[in-house]
Design a protein around this ligand. Structure first.
Ligand code: WQD
Length: 344
C-alpha cells in the first residue's frame, strides 16, 4: 500500500511542486488548503503532469473543529507536511495579528489533530529568515537563530519552537524542519509556478512580471551594501530541487536512523548571487531587456545570506541539481505560459 501523506497548503507555490514530487515517488497525497492564496486549477495541472488528481479538502486550519474533522475522516495517514501559512513579509508588518493567528493557530490545530489520531511524522516548511542577520557565513543549522525582522519571519521561528516543545513532550513524534533559502523557479513543464497575489514582494516574480510588461520597472533596493557590487546576496534555490528534498525528508522520517529530536536542515545551493547578478543572468538567459532602477534600501534586508548545505547532503542525501540559469529560464517559461493562458 502507498504511504498516505497530508500536505497542508498543497495548492500553493512550494506545496504544489512537492505534491508532484510525491506523486512521482509513488506516495498518495491528500491536500488541505483554504485556497486563500492559491487556486483549485492547480489540481488539473498536477493531473496533466502526473496523471493523478490529488484529493483536496478545502479547509481553513485556523478552525480547530474543521482541522480535527479532516483527520477524523481521512484515515491511515502516515505523515503530514505542513506548508499552509501566509508568507508576505510586508503584509505581515501591516497585519501582525493576522499572521500570528493564521500561521500559528493552523500549526497548533494540525499538531493537535495529529496527536489525537496518533499520526507521528511531521515535516515543517521553515525559512532561512530565522537566522536574522548572521555573523558568520555560510550559515550552518547550528548557528544561532535571531528574532526575524518581520512578523512573518517570527511565525517561522516561533513555529519551530512550538514543534520542538511538542517533540520533547511526545516521544513518538518525529519531526523535521526544512529551512528554505530563496525559492524561485517553476516546474519544467511551465504549467505550475509562483502566483503572487497583487504586487510581488520577491525579486524573481517582480523581474518576470516587469519583463512581460505587467510592471513598469524593477526597483533595486539599494546598492550600498558591503558586497561585491553593493547589492544584497542571496542563496536562490530551484523549487523543484526543494520539492525533492521533502521526499528525502519523508524517507528519513520513516527510516530507523531518524533520532527523536526535531531535526533541522538548510535547503539552498550554498552559492550566493547579488541582485545585479540575478538581473544580468536573467537578461542573458531570456534575451529580455529589463527596465530597472536603483532606489533606497528596503527595511529589514540583510546584506548576505547563503547556506552551508553539508547536513542535507550528508544526512538526507540531497543536493540541488539546478543552477541559477535553470531557475531563471523556468521562472520565465512559467510567466510566459501564465500570460498567454490569461490572454486566451
Ligand atoms: C531578494 C533580494 C531585495 C524585490 C524573503 C523572505 C524569506 C523567504 C524568501 C518566503 C533582496 C531584492 C527584491 C524587489 C529588490 N520567504 N529585491 N527589488 O527578502 O531575501 O527573502 O523571501 O516566503 O523569508 O524574507 O527575498 O526575493 O524579497 O529579495 O531589489 O522588487 O532582492 O532587496 O536583496 P528575501 P526577496
Amino acid at each position: 500500500m502507498k504511504n498516505r501523506i497530508i500536505i497542508t497548503g498543497g495548492c500553493g507555490y512550494i506545496g504544489s511542486h512537492t505534491v508532484i514530487a510525491l506523486i512521482e515517488h509513488d506516495f498518495e497525497v491528500i491536500i488541505i488548503d483554504d485556497l486563500s492564496n492559491s487556486n483549485e486549477q492547480v489540481l488539473e495541472r498536477i493531473k496533466k503532469i502526473t496523471g493523478v488528481k490529488p484529493k483536496l479538502l478545502n479547509i481553513d486550519l485556523k478552525n480547530s473543529f474543521l482541522a480535527e474533522n479532516a483527520f477524523r475522516y481521512n484515515k491511515d495517514i502516515d505523515a503530514v507536511i505542513h506548508f499552509a501559512a501566509h508568507k508576505a513579509v510586508s503584509e505581515s508588518v501591516q497585519k501582525p495579528l493576522m499572521y500570528y493567528q493564521n500561521n500559528l493557530c493552523a500549526l497548533v490545530n494540525t499538531l493537535m489533530a495529529m496527536e489525537k489520531y496518533n499520526i507521528n511524522n511531521f515535516i515543517f516548511s521553515s525559512s532561512a529568515t530565522v537566522y536574522g542577520n548572521p555573523k558568520t557565513l555560510p550559515i550552518k543549522e547550528s548557528n544561532e537563530t535571531q528574532r526575524p525582522f518581520s512578523p512573518y519571519g517570527n511565525t517561522k521561528k516561533m513555529a519551530e519552537e512550538i514543534i520542538d516543545d511538542v517533540v520533547k513532550a511526545n516521544p513518538n513524534l518525529r519531526a523535521i524542519s526544512l529551512r528554505y533559502f530563496n525559492p524561485i523557479g517553476a516546474h519544467q513543464s511551465g504549467m505550475i509556478g509562483e502566483l503572487p497575489n497583487g504586487i510581488p514582494n520577491n525579486l524573481m516574480p517582480y523581474i518576470t512580471q516587469t519583463a512581460i510588461g505587467k510592471r513598469d520597472k524593477l526597483m533595486v533596493f539599494g546598492n550600498d551594501y558591503p558586497t561585491k557590487d553593493g547589492t544584497p546576496i542571496r542563496d536562490y534555490i530551484h523549487v523543484v530541487d526543494l520539492a525533492e528534498a521533502h521526499v528525502l525528508a519523508l524517507n528519513r522520517i520513516f527510516s530507523k536512523e531518524k533520532d527523536h529530536n526535531l531535526e533541522i536542515f538548510n535547503l539552498g545551493t550554498g552559492e550566493g548571487y547579488s541582485v545585479l547578478e540575478v538581473i544580468e543572468a536573467f537578461q542573458k538567459v531570456t534575451k529580455q531587456k529589463l527596465n530597472y532602477e536603483i532606489t533606497e534600501r528596503r527595511d529589514g534586508d540583510v546584506p548576505k545570506l547563503y547556506a552551508n548545505v553539508d547536513k542535507a547532503n550528508d544526512i538526507l542525501g540531497w543536493r540541488a541539481k539546478m543552477g541559477l540559469e535553470d531557475m531563471i529560464s523556468h521562472s520565465w517559461q512559467w510567466e510566459e505560459y501564465y500570460h498567454l493562458e490569461k490572454k486566451n
